[in-house]
Design a protein. Structure first.
Length: 527
């Protein structure tokens, strides 16, 4: 038996039927081994993990009655192969997991009780888990493998639709029979410590899962934000996936796709000891990620790999940086960088406004407020920026100039806005053309032609020439005209630049920047 890690031509592109019928799914998933078909030499090709025991590989060969050849891959890849192989096999048999997923009420209750007792949240561990638990684990694992940000479980009249949001766009992943919906939602509620018996009122929950096992690879921690809502066909659920590992990979502005001229001007304002910097855009446009990246740069005295910046003689680590968020999306504290993060809790009376008041009593140098939503928060943030604090926050406006008038609409005095506002960044996220298939679509990019996203940025710098008009109540058109004269590139102009560089296409830019003006008419973005 040859267990060398070699490639070989495969006459059967799918896992062999003998493997799927003779090797139990739980066995394959537990030991991370899956058939990759029959080689031209008659050997069974097996995808295995680095920790798959050689005895397991030998025993599979003995069970199948043929020689085997192993091909080593990561735990995640093998686990995903196992799920796909057995799901397809069960679907072809027209009995989609009938003996493992479609449970009687007593079995379902037992599975829920078991999950309540279990402290093991590792989605690569299947021992002792009920069928519904395994189904939810498989969905979570698949969504993470596709780099999804959300999972939508939506019951319809004749089926339950499961969709993943990948690069900001919903993708239909699978359809499940209605018989599974109740068990699926119950398991999700159990994970989020929600009321399983309550089906007629919306609920919110949180959970944390891990991928990987100690001693084989670093554990990957995933935070879940769960929301359920009753509909005419039953409860639907949305799970937001917050991969804590992503925080470590978003430490530079280059990873955001931010142009050098925008980055330089933004960091110049961030080096000042006071003032307010706002990031604007719709939900899902990457505002929080930009603020996190900016906070890291401020805390570290510069971006990783670059010469440390100096802010009025300050060195790395000498700033008291604090945040108030809803929710805390990623842990920012890393070795040598101290950032204190707190989360609002309306049930305890902790809102953005009250949280900000308490933070200002903690002698902060830099404060991040997750969002300015009301008059009280706006006024406190603006006043704080005038009294020796650098304040970072977000607003929901379409462009940078609109943030100025939005603050006034919230009840902030025009003179206060003019005196405190330092810079406003408007941004969007557009899908990047998949380089491997040149945007034509392939299995790797889910046939979309796109893979990953990059930012489109518009930076308004509030200078002395703009402060007087703002203090006197300048109109939105006047502010946009001033910004244009000072050389500000609009979102539409920056988007067109990305299209011309071949990083995205006209269709994607129209989708994201709809309503900002006609493509090819940069002035349209300022109307």
């Amino acid at each position: 038996m040859d267990t060398a890690t070699e490639a070989n031509s495969v006459s059967t592109p799918e896992p062999s039927l003998a493997f799927l019928e003779q090797i139990p799914r739980d066995f394959a998933r537990h030991h991370l081994v899956c058939s990759r078909g029959i080689a031209s030499t008659g050997e069974e090709l097996l995808g295995v993990s680095a920790r798959t025991p050689a005895t397991i590989i030998h025993n599979i060969g003995a069970r199948l009655g043929r020689a085997v050849r192993s091909q080593q891959d990561s735990d995640e890849v093998i686990a995903l192969e196992v799920d796909r192989a057995y799901d397809s096999h069960e679907a072809r048999a027209r009995q989609p997991a009938a003996d493992t997923i479609e449970l009687h009420a007593a079995d379902l209750d037992s599975a829920i009780e078991q999950s309540l007792r279990s402290a093991d949240r590792d989605v690569l561990t299947l021992e002792g888990k009920g069928a519904v638990v395994r189904l939810v684990d498989a969905m979570l694992f698949e969504a993470l493998s596709k780099h999804a940000s959300d999972i939508h479980v939506q019951p319809l009249a004749d089926r339950t639709l499961v969709r993943y949001r990948v690069d900001g766009v919903l993708y239909a992943a699978r359809e499940l029979p209605h018989t599974l919906t109740h068990g699926l939602l119950s398991r999700i509620k159990v994970m989020g410590q929600m009321d399983v018996a309550e089906r007629h009122a919306p609920q919110d929950g949180r959970a944390t899962i891990t991928i990987g096992r100690a001693g084989t690879q670093p554990a990957r921690s995933i935070d879940l934000r769960i929301s359920t809502l009753p509909t005419n066909y039953g409860e639907r659920a949305v799970l937001r996936l917050l991969d804590n590992a992503r925080g470590a990979h978003l430490a530079t502005f280059a990873s955001l796709g931010m142009p050098d001229h925008v980055r330089t001007a933004l960091l110049d304002r961030a080096e000042r000891s006071h003032g307010i910097i706002l990031v604007t855009g719709p939900t899902g446009s990457g505002k929080t990620t930009t603020l996190y990246t900016l906070l890291r740069s401020i805390a570290a005295g510069g971006e990783p790999g670059q010469t440390a910046r100096r802010r009025s003689g300050r060195n790395r680590g000498d700033l008291n940086i604090m945040t108030i968020e809803d929710p805390i999306e990623y842990e920012l504290s890393t070795s040598g960088i101290a950032i204190s993060q707190s989360q609002i809790n309306p049930k305890k009376g902790v809102t953005f406004a009250t949280g900000l008041r308490h933070i200002l009593r903690q002698d902060p140098d830099v404060v991040m407020v997750g969002e300015i939503r009301d008059t009280e928060t706006a006024r406190i943030a603006l006043q704080a920026s005038l009294t020796g604090h650098l304040v970072l926050s977000t607003l929901h406006t379409n462009d940078a100039a609109s943030a100025v008038t939005r603050l006034v609409d919230l009840g902030a005095e025009s003179y206060l806005v003019a005196a405190s506002l330092s810079a406003v960044m408007a941004q969007r996220l557009v899908r990047r053309l998949h380089a491997s298939c040149r945007g034509k679509g392939c299995p790797t990019c889910l046939d979309t032609g796109y893979a990953g996203r990059l930012g489109v940025f518009e930076l308004l710098l509030v200078d002395d020439a703009l402060r007087d008009p703002v203090a006197q109540g300048a109109s939105l058109a006047d502010i946009r005209e001033h910004a244009a004269r000072r050389g500000m590139k609009t979102l539409l102009e920056e988007g067109l630049r990305l299209v011309l560089r071949g990083e995205t296409d006209d269709f994607e830019m129209r989708r994201v920047l709809q309503g900002m003006g006609e493509m090819g008419d940069p002035a349209g973005g300022a109307t």
